[in-house]
Design a protein around this ligand. Structure first.
Ligand SMILES: Cc1cc2nc3c(=O)[nH]c(=O)nc-3n(C[C@H](O)[C@H](O)[C@H](O)COP(=O)(O)OP(=O)(O)OC[C@H]3O[C@@H](n4cnc5c(N)ncnc54)[C@H](O)[C@@H]3O)c2cc1C
Length: 403
């Protein structure tokens, strides 16, 4: 092996949503950016395929909304909510969200390919199949990267860890992660088949049994379905082919119409994830900084991860473009990130207690809260529409969860 040396302004580890969108944004401003991505081809890992209305605001700010729409994504203007199998009046996101935005759905691996290609088109260098062997923090951090049979020493003004939930960068930096107790789980699978339904977000809740489901078309002839459940709702975490029959049974019991399920066939991988919030407070050290799932993960049940990731990218981009000193920019980003993540966590935890608590007592509290929200929108947290700016004051929490 030969040793090479290269310098960049920004080294980004991970070419998922976080890494590729940041790379594109910073390269467009004329900076020298390198992205290293371990996968040579993206495949399904059961990740987010629903970008909520507050996240589409971030996508527009970052200039990727039209790119997604022109390639792999489709807008879903409405949400259909079914409670114990009974449909309520659909919500039109465009008339009920602050910036009149809606949901965007896509197949996650296709989205990754599109955005990483756009990062390259914007001038970022992209190394696929690259392995990070070593990281040395400091004024000008250095990384040893194995790529194309060679080891290259890369130095950069700032290293960004955009390497997902199991972040290697977080480990190398020795940054400790706090994890909430487990409350909800999300299992995801794909369904193939053609059902003639509106392209919309479908949310089914059978709250008394602590189970729910989300269904959305992620590409023509294909749907993403999530099985959501309280930790006490199922005796064990479902996964793999052996559990597909059980999952389809849960979907029917939760209220997905039987006529739809009969025409949909599960395929690909099925895996269940613990939704406990996990985060690193002040996710920066020695001119290295974490964004996206590497910095913090919200509960997939509420579908805020992609939106939260894009907000991280937007905040970091803005600080990097504003301040010449990127060490200070990383600190400023970290403070903003911590603030909005904790707001989002608080709102999601309220949602979890309100919508997924099991049993008769929780059910009567829920019915009372739903009636209050129907009469007064100011009591509706509306996490899908507002994200971290959800209505979640002590007053809202106490009013909704009061017995
Ligand atoms: C079951 C489930 C369902 C979800 N559903 C939704 C949803 O409906 N809506 C929503 O908004 N969010 C959802 N999310 C969350 C969302 O998928 C994530 O928040 C989002 O993908 C985070 O993007 P990221 O770029 O930070 O990380 P990732 O998507 O994990 O990307 C990280 C990238 O880094 C690469 N990488 C990792 N390690 C290295 C390394 N050492 N060197 C080089 N490359 C590396 C990986 O290959 C990957 O490409 C869900 C999550 C789960 C688990």
């Amino acid at each position: 092996m030969t040793a090479f040396r290269k310098n960049y302004d920004l080294l980004i580890v991970g070419g998922g949503l976080a890494g590729s969108v940041l790379a594109r944004a910073i390269a467009l401003e004329g900076f020298k950016v390198l992205v290293i991505e371990k996968e040579t081809k993206f495949k399904d890992r059961v990740r987010g395929e629903v970008l909520l209305p507050w996240g589409t605001v971030e996508a527009k700010e970052l200039g990727i909304y039209d790119i997604l729409l022109a390639s792999c994504a489709k807008e879903a203007a409405r949400e259909h909510f079914f409670y114990s199998g009974k449909a309520s009046e659909p919500r039109d996101f465009r008339t009920t969200t602050p910036k009149c935005t809606c949901v965007l759905s896509f197949h996650h691996p296709e989205m990754q390919e599109v955005l990483l290609n756009h990062a390259a088109q914007a001038g970022a260098e992209v190394w696929r199949g690259a392995i990070l062997a070593e990281l040395r923090i400091g004024l000008m951090p250095e990384a040893e990267i194995i790529y194309d049979g060679q080891t290259t020493t890369v130095s950069a003004r700032l290293v960004v860890g955009a390497d997902g939930r199991e972040s290697q960068i977080a480990t190398l930096l020795g940054l400790a992660r706090t994890i909430d107790p487990t409350e909800l789980f999300t299992g995801g699978l794909q369904l193939t088949g053609d059902i003639e339904i509106e392209h919309a977000l479908y949310f089914f809740l059978d709250a008394i049994t602590g189970r729910g489901s989300i269904l959305i078309q992620n590409k023509p002839g294909n749907f993403r379905a999530y099985l959501l459940h309280h930790k006490d709702a199922l005796p064990r975490r479902l996964s793999g082919e052996r559990d597909l029959t059980a999952v389809m049974k849960h979907f029917a019991e939760i209220g997905i119409p039987k006529a739809w399920l009969e025409r949909l066939t599960p395929h690909g991988i099925f895996a269940t994830f613990d939704g406990a919030h996990r985060w690193i407070t002040n996710p920066t050290r020695g001119n290295c900084v974490l964004i996206g799932d590497a910095a913090s993960a919200s509960d997939p049940v509420w579908g805020n991860g992609l939106s939260r990731t894009l907000r991280d990218v937007r905040i970091l981009r803005d600080w990097l473009l504003k301040l010449k000193d990127w060490s200070r920019a990383a600190d400023a980003y970290a403070a903003d990130h911590d603030y909005f993540f904790q707001r989002l966590r608080r709102a999601e935890r309220l949602n979890a207690t309100l919508h997924f608590s099991m049993g008769e007592r929780a059910e009567s509290r829920r019915q009372r809260a739903y009636a209050l929200m129907d009469n007064n929108q100011e009591l509706n947290p509306d996490v899908a529409g507002l994200g971290p700016e959800a209505r979640c004051s002590d007053y809202v929490i106490n009013t909704l969860l009061g017995e």
